[in-house]
Write a protein that binds this ligand. Structure first.
Ligand code: SF4
Ligand code: SF4
Length: 110
């Protein structure tokens, strides 16, 4: 099992999650973060820290379609363990439906 970052992280990217992860298994892209599934130790501490409620266990049906994306991009993007500045319009995007097409595959800054 692993935890997975899902759709509502897109364009929110608050990064509260990275500060609490004991094994630093978050990776940063252009407008969202992902979790490396082989590094995550399933501790669950990040899940309640996410203001956007974007982190779910992979056993949750809502996480299923995001599992592969987390695996793929955690192998390509830089690691991030310190919280940076969230986007200025993060609040406006929080909870917006259908953000998946806005996904930015480019690497972010770790
Ligand atoms: S706290 Fe939530 S919204 Fe922010 S970067 Fe982490 S997963 Fe994304
Ligand atoms: S469940 Fe634990 S190990 Fe996995 S990403 Fe969250 S804080 Fe890190």
């Amino acid at each position: 099992m692993t935890y997975v970052v899902t759709e509502n992280c897109i364009k929110c990217k608050y990064m509260d999650c990275v500060e609490v992860c004991p094994v630093d298994c978050f990776y940063v892209g252009g407008n969202m973060l992902v979790i490396h599934p082989d590094e995550c130790i399933d501790c669950g501490v990040c899940e309640p820290e996410c203001p956007a409620e974007a982190i779910l266990p992979d056993s949750d049906d809502r996480a299923t379609e995001w599992v592969e994306l987390n695996r793929t991009y955690s192998a390509q993007w830089p690691n991030i363990s310190r919280k940076g500045e969230p986007p200025p319009d993060a609040k406006e995007w929080d909870g917006k439906p259908n953000k998946a097409p806005l996904f930015d595959a480019s690497p972010g800054e770790g």
